[in-house]
Design a binder for this molecule. Sequence first.
Ligand SMILES: Nc1ncnc2c1ncn2[C@@H]1O[C@H](COP(=O)(O)OP(=O)(O)OP(=O)(O)O)[C@@H](O)[C@H]1O
Ligand SMILES: [Mg+2]
Length: 454
Amino acid sequence: MGNVLIIDDEAGIRSILKDVLQDENYNVFLAEDGYKGLDMLNTEPIDLVILDVWLPNMGGIEVLKRIKEEYRDVEVIMISGHANINLAVKAVKMGAFDFLEKPLSLEKIITVVRNALELEKLKQENKQLRNNLFMEDEMVGSHPSMQKIREIIEQSAPTDARVLILGENGTGKELVARAIHLKSRRSQWPFVEVNCAAIPETLIESELFGHEKGAFTGAVSKRKGKFEIADRGTLFLDEIADMSLNTQAKVLRVIQELKFERVGGEESISVDVRLIAATNKVIEEEIKAKRFREDLYFRLNVIPIHVPPLRERTEDISALVKYFMKKFKPPALSEPKVISKDALEVLKKYPWPGNIRELKNVIERVNIMNDESIVSADILRECMPARGKRHAANWLSTFRGMPLNAARDSFEKELIKRKLEEDGYNLAQTAKDLGIYTSSLYGKIRKYAIEIKR
Ligand SMILES: Nc1ncnc2c1ncn2[C@@H]1O[C@H](COP(=O)(O)OP(=O)(O)OP(=O)(O)O)[C@@H](O)[C@H]1O
Ligand SMILES: [Mg+2]
């Protein structure tokens, strides 16, 4: 089965092809010129187009070009009455699946159509696999707030509207950003992520806008910035509240003028980029404290999405646990582990400062650290981070009598240790959370001889 559109101005050809393909159980659509054909592509789920080269109004090559621009996944078979090898080569270079000459051999047509649809199917499967890789997890959860988020994603994805995603650490902001990109017409183009907190202030401009050779010490060659790399796709500005005011002003200018210059360059570059921004800070407070520009906030906040903390949607914990149990099922077990009722209660009572990421890590640990197929509350507690054992005031007193440098080191070590534990010893994640480079995190782990438990 498959939906085939025939674009040919000769009624005879249309009707013969229609009969042959319908006999083979394909759904057939007909158009007598390029404009009508393109309209049909817009409204019908076409998988394959059989396209005549010589058409009135808009030539077949132009139609091919537009199809490949707008419907990359649709296969096109060109047909022509005037064998012309140059034209055939050109069409195939432009992405046509094959080029057939009139008079058409009906057997040949059937074979080529079958092959083209086979390829199309493989491409679809491939795309599905790619999408699964692109999204680290499915978006699990049926709490009303999650349903609302799904709705906003569906509505906003097809538009180019800017989206601002707000929420605590590990709530799933990046997942939302990726879902929007996947469902947008830009999904074939790049999704480029910039973590504004992890890039040193001195480098962020060159990171965003690129630089010319010799623009500054270390700029040994010309380099494209993220805005350019994301052309036609989506640029995800993560942790925007950590941008300096100076960089904020420059980003604002790009948004207003849709063009920019590379660092050290004069040439004005325009790009077609959809912006999605995210932050875990309370942005209104950042604005009040004059750390974030209000005008930039208004520009970015066209569609706001609030991703709630896990403790505000504990109803979803059960479904999330089930999902992660399946994901982290040890190969030795035939079925994923289940948790006992009181274990679920433990999970529901815990405040989850690291939100879904933290829950995910706990469930992963449960699957690595023991063999029980039913997880009791006790087993679970062993896999959860120890928290709140000391009060802040007591805790400060541990530094009493220490010189500042020693106290600072001691604090740094403890903070890194705790973050690593929360993140399940995912170093890249911890570096990101702490807003430092992974290499710098490695240095500190070595300096403080922190044990990596994995
Ligand atoms: N609804 C969900 N269902 C399943 N997994 C989820 C869900 N939301 C988030 N996750 C997973 O939790 C982890 C954290 O999500 P994500 O990185 O999107 O959060 P974030 O809000 O961007 O965090 P941060 O502020 O720390 O950058 C990821 O592994 C993600 O795949
Ligand atoms: Mg994130």
